[in-house]
Write a protein that binds this ligand. Structure first.
Ligand SMILES: C[S@@+](CC[C@H](N)C(=O)[O-])C[C@H]1O[C@@H](n2cnc3c(N)ncnc32)[C@H](O)[C@@H]1O
Length: 202
């Protein structure tokens, strides 16, 4: 029996032609609509809800676990979301090397690993270098949204942002559609709540 040599991509999965070359915006979506990126999108419940609500925007969900990529792709297909694609790749690499600069209108980082032990803090995504990468990706006036259920990581992120003047923390707009992911619902059921930082690129 002939085994396939390559895993066929799922419908809605985005597979870059070259994993070493920076993409052009049209490589991801060709319609020119604003692009939103969700780094570490998990099972996709948050991005799927956003894409369903904002049909006039494009969404790229980035997740490294295949099962979660598959689930998100299935959700996009079932809901007929032509404006959502899923990339199976590591978030920091994607942000630093793959995504086109000056192309993202909103970048979401929702509940990344808080790396609670002090000796692991350097593994946290929110660091000065990452904030610079985020700023490079955002269009002028673009938005970076960070959410966490981890109090100490939230304070860490506030301090890192205070040292990074090109992203200004502003109140979360009351009229923004802000869906809850399955993870968030699970945490809230355990009595935890998420804290949010909404930052504008200046
Ligand atoms: C706690 S979950 C949150 C998922 C989603 N943001 C939500 O709120 O529902 C974190 C997700 O990020 C993914 N993840 C963690 N580190 C990652 C990385 N460096 N690159 C890509 N995905 C990552 C994990 O596989 C997991 O699905």
């Amino acid at each position: 029996m002939n085994e396939p040599r390559y895993r066929p991509p799922y419908p809605h999965e985005f597979v870059p032609e070259d994993y070493y070359a920076r993409l052009e915006p049209e490589d991801i979506f060709s319609n020119g609509a604003p692009l939103e990126v969700d780094l570490g999108s998990g099972d996709g419940s948050y991005t799927l809800a956003l894409a369903e609500h904002h049909r006039d925007r494009n969404f790229l969900a980035v997740e490294r676990l295949l099962g979660r990529v598959q689930k998100t792709c299935r959700g996009a297909k079932e809901r007929g979301l032509d404006n959502l694609k899923v990339l199976r790749l590591e978030s920091a690499y994607t942000a630093e090397w793959l995504l086109p600069r000056n192309s993202v209108s909103r970048l979401h980082l929702v509940c990344p690993d808080p790396w609670p032990k002090a000796k692991h803090h350097r593994r946290r995504m929110i660091q000065q270098e990452f904030l610079e990468t985020v700023h490079n990706l955002l269009v002028p006036g673009g938005i970076f949204i960070f959410k966490t259920d981890h109090e100490e990581y939230f304070e860490w992120a506030e301090e890192e942002l205070a040292q990074y003047p090109k992203l200004e923390v502003t109140p979360f707009p009351a009229d923004n559609f802000d869906p809850k992911s399955d993870f968030q619902l699970q945490w809230e059921a355990e009595g935890k709540s998420l804290q949010v930082l909404h930052c504008v690129s200046v």
